[in-house]
Each structure stands twice: as structure tokens, then as C-alpha cells.
Design a protein around this ligand. Sequence first.
Ligand code: ADP
Ligand code: MG
Length: 242
Amino acid sequence: MSAVQIDGLHKSFGTLEVLKGIDATVESGEVVCVIGPSGSGKSTLLRCVNLLEQPNSGKIVVNGVEITDRDCDIDAARRRVGMVFQQFNLFQHLTVLDNLTIAQRKVLKRDKAEAQRVAIENLEKVGVADKAKSYPAQLSGGQQQRVAIARALSMGPEVMLFDEPTSALDPELVGEVLGVMRRLADEGMTMLVVTHEMQFAREVADKVLFMDGGVVVEQGPPSQVIAAPQQERTKTFLARVL
Ligand code: ADP
Ligand code: MG
């Protein structure tokens, strides 16, 4: 059974068809990187997997449960899939610790001590436990993004989605976030990552999907898709970003 199975996924905004039938799978413990030009539908794909967008048609199955089923509990499904955004999306008026405990308490009904224990454990994992009492604005972008990763991990997700997690960071801060993601991958976390970091994709991804115009143009191991692309559109894109 795959961790994530996407079949014939279509998504339109009004008359604009953004996803034109996406088929993709992420096996348990795999890292799949999604690359492609701006506007190709990468974020929309991730947002559908987290049910932030409702697909028009097609199916998404997470560890055997069809989350696109009409009768599926959306909140329960979302809990199983963690997401990290380009812009961190931390609550600015809450401390780092409270950012990590609020959903655990409200959604998972954990008591305060347990939520804090899990929070600290995950802050330690991403190397920012010393910032637990700080507010997001007091942290660097790299620290904020690591907090956002720890927050997602605190919900115990089965799959982690990353949408260009390093694109908003100053160049010198990119490495610390990619380092955390590498460690997660090494620990066996199942990850679907939209990224422009080709070196990360090359070294960490089990599989790379190249998207353009709402379709998956080419997919396979990085040694194929990045190092030896077959499709003209993939070659053109890589020539621009590499
Ligand atoms: P990418 O992440 O690859 O840059 P997106 O998935 O963000 O691409 O966007 C794909 C297309 O869908 C773009 O043309 C974008 O303008 C459009 N789009 C995305 N979200 C919405 C929305 N909520 N309403 C209308 N159009 C949208
Ligand atoms: Mg995007």
C-alpha cells in the first residue's frame, strides 16, 4: 500500500483548469520532489493532498483511506498530513511553544503537559528548543521555518508536505532548513516536497516529478529526470534553473 496515491486528479478555479489529471504515488518512507515552472500547479497539487483545496475529480488515498471521499472526515484527514509553507505561517502573537501546543490541545485533545513534552521534543529535533519562549518575530527566517516544521511534526503526521520551504529565506539560511529535511528523510519520514533546490532533489529524492501546465510531464529517479531528462519541456526548465 502506498502512503499517498493520487489518481486522475483534476482541479479548476472557475474556467482555469490548473490540474489536468495528475497520477502520482509516494511510497511509505519515500521522498518525492516536485519541480516545475511557476504556475504549473505544484502548490495546488499539495493543497489538494492536504484538502486545503477540494479537487473537482480524481482520487487521493492516504495509507489506504480515501480522503477525497465525500464521507471522509476532512479534519481527521488533514491531521494525518502535515504541511509546511513557504511563508512559515506561524501565529505571530503566540510564543514558539504555544505555536506548537495549540493544535495538539485543540485538535488532538492532548493535555498541556503532554502537548509541551511533544513540542519540546520536536523543537530539539530541529535545533530550536532554546527559542521555546520567544515570539516568531524574534527569530531568523531559518529558525521560524524550523519551528514550522516542528509544529507540523508535533501532530504526528503520516506524511509531510513541503511547499517551497526555503524560497522565502536568505541564501545563508537555506542550508539549516534543508539539513532538517534531510534528517527527517533519513529517519524514514514520507515526504512530498515542492522545491527549486535541485541539489537537494538530486541527493535526497527517491523520485522527482516534473510538472508543467497542470500535468506530470516526466517522473522517475533524479538520476533520470534531473541528470538525463527525456522530455523537451524538462530539458528547457532544467537549463534555466541549473
Ligand atoms: P505553482 O505552485 O506551480 O506556481 P499554483 O498551483 O500556485 O502553481 O498555481 C497554478 C495556477 O493556478 C496559477 O495560474 C494560479 O494563478 C492559479 N491559482 C492558484 N490558486 C488559485 C485560486 N485560489 N484561485 C484562482 N486561481 C488560482
Ligand atoms: Mg507554488
